[in-house]
Design a protein around this ligand. Structure first.
Ligand code: DP6
Length: 360
């Protein structure tokens, strides 16, 4: 399964009139960041992420056979109510995956979706949302092709999710997921995410991610626009090379449990991502003053206590605080005492490493 052609549905031997499926898929947090892409959702550099456990999208898909009139036919419900503004995104997704799922126009779909985290929290739901929908589409395809292997099922689910939103391909299967060709990771691919299968040191088991909601406003720059800014970016080539090096380094670190080295790479990746946005044309500052307050407080706490806690950021102002399970109590006390004042309405979400999508 190394070319796009391998993902064109075949052996659709069964006939299915109607049915339904339900999947949850989690969000994920990148350690080495995906920032910059080529045509057809091919990443400019490889990335690696921790899969989250509790921040997820739950999507139910109902399907009923219909006359193929050349259009996609679907209703979209969000928390049980019709949601017109989400439809264009789904329409675009279906168009992108049609070549691989030619059966889609033969069905009417009802997509009923909800998130476990508040929609307006500023947490991107595109990764979990596109992953959950892709799992459901694969359940339909599996019903049409009962001989499909489990390996193909998950791989194609990740392949489809990538076409919806790049980072979504890392929300399908596994606790640590690599997406993008990388010489040091066997089987890695630009087309789908793969589970990081090397041994992972116990320092990282049940790793914690507390998400501090600094700014819940609409994103200033969509990730699509952001990725685009890496074309003709003066530092793009160096950045893509650096991501390869950081991925090699983090691969060893995940094996040897060196938390100090882990922190250096993870924080540097977060700041580099923001540095890329600050040095593009047009340029953006996506951190808020409170993002910086939090970063400085984490650095001071780490310096004073030697507790290995660090931060990472996505393309926004919210801060993900990452730390091992065995320091959970002291870090939570620190977060509650010193960081919540910097959060919008004191809001935060406690999450941790999870395992991927779940069939409900
Ligand atoms: C900063 O996956 O949201 O979170 O492919 O355009 O949908 P699209 O972009 P998206 O980009 C996420 C970028 C990031 C870093 C990361 O998750 O690797």
């Amino acid at each position: 399964m190394n070319s796009e052609k391998d993902f064109i549905a075949k052996s659709l031997t069964a006939t299915i009139e109607n049915g339904s499926s339900e999947w949850s898929a989690p969000s994920n947090i990148a350690l080495v960041k995906y920032w910059g892409k080529k045509q057809h959702q091919i990443p400019a550099n490889p990335s690696i992420s921790f899969t989250l456990r509790d921040c997820k999208t739950i999507t139910k898909l109902n399907f009923a056979k219909r006359e193929n009139d050349g259009n996609f036919s679907f209703d979209l419900l969000f928390e049980g109510k019709p949601k017109e503004d989400f439809k264009p995104k789904i329409q675009k997704f279906l168009e992108r995956i049609e070549a691989y799922c030619p059966y889609l126009k033969e069905y009417h779909f009802t997509i009923d979706t909800e998130n476990t985290f508040p929609h307006s929290s500023g947490i991107a739901s595109s990764a979990s949302g596109m992953a959950a929908l892709s799992m459901n589409i694969m359940s339909l395809e599996k019903a049409l092709n009962p001989s499909m292997s489990e390996d193909y099922f998950y791989r194609k689910a990740s392949f489809l999710a990538r076409l919806g939103s790049g980072s979504a391909c890392r929300s399908v299967k596994g606790s640590v997921v690599v997406w993008g060709n990388h010489a040091g990771i066997e089987g890695s691919s630009d087309l789908f995410g793969v589970e990081f299968t090397s041994e992972i040191h116990r320092n990282f088991s049940n790793y914690q991610d507390t998400i501090l909601l600094v700014d819940k406003g609409e994103k200033q720059v969509s990730s699509t626009v952001g990725h685009d800014l890496m074309h003709n970016h003066p530092f793009a080539e160096q950045r893509f090379g650096q991501a390869h090096q950081n991925l090699s380094a983090i691969k060893s670190i995940l094996g040897n449990g060196d938390l100090e080295a882990f922190i250096k790479i993870v924080e540097s990746e977060a700041l580099t991502l923001h540095a890329m946005m600050m040095t593009s044309m047009p340029y953006f500052i996506l951190m808020k003053p409170n993002t910086l307050e939090i970063i400085n407080a984490i650095w001071k706490f780490r310096n004073d206590t030697k507790i290995p806690v660090c931060f990472t950021l996505d393309a926004g102002a919210n801060v993900h605080v990452l730390y091992p399970e065995n320091v959970r109590e002291s870090v939570l006390q620190f977060i509650k005492g010193e960081l919540l004042g910097y959060c919008q309405n004191g809001q935060y979400i406690c999450d941790r490493i999870g395992t991927g999508a779940i069939n409900i």
